[in-house]
Design a protein around this ligand. Sequence first.
Ligand code: FBP
Length: 551
Amino acid sequence: MKPMIKSPLQIARFEYRPKLPASLKGQVALSLGVPTQSVADQSDIKALFPNTYGMPLITFEAGKVKEYPVKNVGVILSGGQAPGGHNVIAGLYDGLKKLNPQNRLYGFLGGPSGLIEHQYIELTGELIDEYRNTGGFDIIGSGRTKLEEEWQYDKGAEICKKLDIHAIVIIGGDDSNTNACVLAEYYLQKKTGIQVIGCPKTIDGDLKNEMIETSFGFDTACKVYSELIGNIQRDASSAKKYWHFIRLMGRSASHIALECALQSQPNICIISEEVEAKEMTLSQVVEDVVQVIVKRADHGLNFGTILIPEGLIEFIPAMKKLIAELNDLLAHNTDFNALNTDDEKRQYVKGLLSKESCEVYRSLPKGIARQLTLDRDPHGNVQVSLIETEKLLIEMVAKRLAQLKAEGVYKGKFSAINHFFGYEGRCAIPSNFDADYTYSLGYTAAVLISEGKTGYMSSVRNLTAPAAEWIAGGVPITMMMNMERRHGKMKPVIQKALVRLDGAPFRFFATYRDQWAGETSEFLYPGPIQYYGPSEVCDLSTRTLQLESGK
Ligand code: FBP
């Protein structure tokens, strides 16, 4: 038997034809809404974006046959991987070719740096076919270079001119789409004739608003993590001897943790946004966890599951202050970087922190304190995915339980296992939802470009309905913006969407969490993503989307 080049599922998925909204199936006409406004700080945003501010919302509907001019396009994948990226490119390619077979598509390699450094390939039909309905960003690679300086924009315009590229599509999260908006405005001001269109990507689910119901990749990633959590819950209820502390990716926002909780009904799920709203200390978070463990132990249940959002520690006020001080202290700090040992680094940091933050720093297990001083991301922020909050919690919970045992309050046995789920889900084969959604987003971008639009984000809405009823169109990116302080300066940025405590998904969770924590456990076992079978199993959207749309 020969080794396989592709798995049977890979081969089958190649044949999958993503479902499109009805409006994209034939000829498309644009319906323009009324002029829009930014979500806040209207006069500042208007002044910064004189050419792209106030543009109308665009909705597609069935239209008449129309001839479109040739539009060559360059596409960039920006930031962390998210399932469906390849299908955005496939939808973009198919849309462009349908609108004018002369259109060509180029891919900039390794993220935004490919545009600046003129690294690109032409994306041919043959190459794209290899990647249809697959996970990953490997067709052209991704990167975290920030596109925010004029010399970078000019370098980009240079290569566009050379390749006769009329539009750039940036597939990224809130920061990348903010940069797409600035780039669109700059290219208009400079009359380069280059259009810029954004696409909402991130497994974190924090790029969403009234017009963007969800970012792509969130659906698949949450389904992968929920499957794993469900499997762990079955193991926990079978062996009855471990508490599983499971940290989930998601950066600042707890959308992933919340969605996984809705899908798997664990005993505990911590929501960072709630911790912040209640101004909880780390000890209070630990105390809440301990209470559930003690209560279950009273019923002889020394096992369970706890979901922890990866950004948790940044939402605990004292930790937030410590991290902010560390961010300032470590920014471009050559003295710190020149130190050799962890002990030297620890002493150095302690000497520069405020008294309050120094106490918090000293109270942390050394391993966690060290992780807080690791390299910053390109935005100067601590990389939360590198901080093992689940281990910190296990250590603190174990200590508190030992005290309670000594006092005779706790009679159970505590054995904990830590997990971190993040990279496992970011490149999974996209669910049908993500495969369809991303293909539609890419196709939508092709229409917006062919219609000469710039400064828009590709938008597909009504996502809990069957795909044929989805509403495709464009949202002016300026509409999602407000002014925020970043690195000491006020900047126009897309508002990051955190979990809303008054939102339907959190309220549902809050109604049932005590029941899930209790002695009966109501674990759900979602099982693996289904790509084939009854629509109610394989085309399912997230619980978050369903609850948000009143379902
Ligand atoms: P994006 O916001 O770029 O989509 O990335 C999301 C994410 O997966 C976060 O959940 C995580 O904290 C981070 O990327 C990890 O970054 P890296 O890929 O650089 O390790």
